[in-house]
Design a protein around this ligand. Structure first.
Ligand code: SF4
Ligand code: SF4
Length: 356
């Protein structure tokens, strides 16, 4: 929107949506992944190696995330990609539905290889929709083995009102409870967002509304996480609706280095604003200019609000016409955030002397 703002994109994470193919077909999956999608809807393995190399040249980059779809479908290639990222000095995380953990032995084999290649974290997705394809027992196997191997392990469970998922089977499982107490395993519940292609109608508690004061937060991932889609588009966040918001797409990295696409990204105040204050507060700004504007108060996820914000003509018009009144305030907050992050990231000596 404004020329001349130094946009200081300092991504710390490269998220590779390795493929849209998945072993499951969860209702309302954000990318519509299913087993019917061919493996050709994937980022070619050689390109993933190149993207890791390019990301490693960015001083702010710290982590590579392998997600999907189901990244474990890459088998030995996934192990070698983790090794490649590790050798480039980047931490690694895999996000999976755990289908491969049929037994403890199977889990030890898959995770042992990945651990040896340098894998640092494992995120497991589960819940009622997931469990129709991957029994929760496999999540227990995968989480137990991952924690045993010293991986930072996170279980993410869907939340919606009608869910009958027995989260206690994980949190109170004798072995897993020990790992939770020791901090090796975390379990968190995430609002399951609906979309146009999901079938089952689901609802959420009123407290989930993103427009409740306590839920209005800035978006941590926009400008901090760069995502590459299976079509090799570079995206400025790793949001659930990012594939539906053209404004978040920075360009193709099929034939151009990721760093070049980032460097050519024009300044965009809206991304900075979403980062600092979140899409709900941006829409509240719209309402201040159009008092009868209806806020999407049934939104339960920031990416749901964000999709509304980008698609809504009134919101877009008001932002185009009036954003300048917020520009200095929001830009200052953004720059202050970057500065404090830079200070937090510095390793300071305990004492400073003339010699050091
Ligand atoms: S496991 Fe994840 S990627 Fe696969 S269908 Fe379910 S939500 Fe989508
Ligand atoms: S809120 Fe918007 S910018 Fe942030 S992650 Fe979701 S889709 Fe991306």
């Amino acid at each position: 929107m404004r020329e001349g703002i130094p946009m200081f994109i300092r991504p710390h994470t490269l998220s590779l949506i390795t493929t849209h193919r998945c072993t499951a077909a969860c209702d309302h999956c954000c990318f519509g992944c299913t087993p019917d999608i061919p493996m050709s809807r994937s980022i070619p393995v050689e390109r993933m190696r190149g993207l890791i190399d390019e990301a490693a040249t960015m001083p702010s980059m710290k982590v590579v995330v392998f997600t999907g779809g189901e990244c474990f479908l890459f088998g030995r290639d996934l192990v070698e990609l983790v090794r490649h990222a590790t050798e480039r000095g980047l931490a690694t995380r895999c996000v999976t539905n755990g289908y491969w953990a049929r037994t403890r032995k199977a889990a030890r084999k898959r995770l042992g290889e990945l651990r040896e290649a340098g894998l640092g974290e494992l995120n497991l997705s589960t819940g009622s929709f997931h469990a129709r394809y991957v029994p929760a027992e496999r999540i227990v196997h995968a989480a137990a083995v991952a924690a045993e191997l010293g991986l930072g392990t996170l279980v993410n469970a869907e939340v919606y009102a009608e869910s009958d998922f027995d989260i206690d089977a994980i949190t109170e499982h004798e072995e897993l409870a020990g790992h939770i107490r020791s901090g090796r395993l975390r379990v968190q519940r995430n609002v399951w967002m609906t979309n146009d292609w999901g079938e089952q109608e689901i609802s959420h508690d009123d407290r989930a509304s993103r427009f409740r004061e306590e839920n209005k937060t800035g978006c941590d991932t926009v400008l901090n996480v760069l995502t590459v889609t299976p079509d090799q588009d570079l995206v400025a966040c790793c949001g659930l609706t990012q594939e539906l918001i053209p404004e978040l797409h920075l360009g193709s990295v099929a034939d151009r280095p990721l760093t070049e696409v980032v460097e050519r990204t024009p300044d965009d105040f809206l991304k900075i604003w979403i980062h600092v204050e979140g899409p709900e507060r941006v829409l509240e700004f719209v309402k201040r200019h159009v008092p009868d504007y209806e806020l999407p108060t049934d939104s339960v996820h920031p990416c749901q609000t964000c999709l509304h914000l980008h698609r809504d003509e009134t919101a877009r018009r008001v932002l185009r016409e009036h954003y300048r009144s917020e520009e200095d305030r929001v830009t200052d907050l953004y720059l202050a955030g970057i500065a404090s992050q830079a200070v937090r990231n510095r390793t300071l000596p305990a004492f400073s002397t003339a010699e050091n």
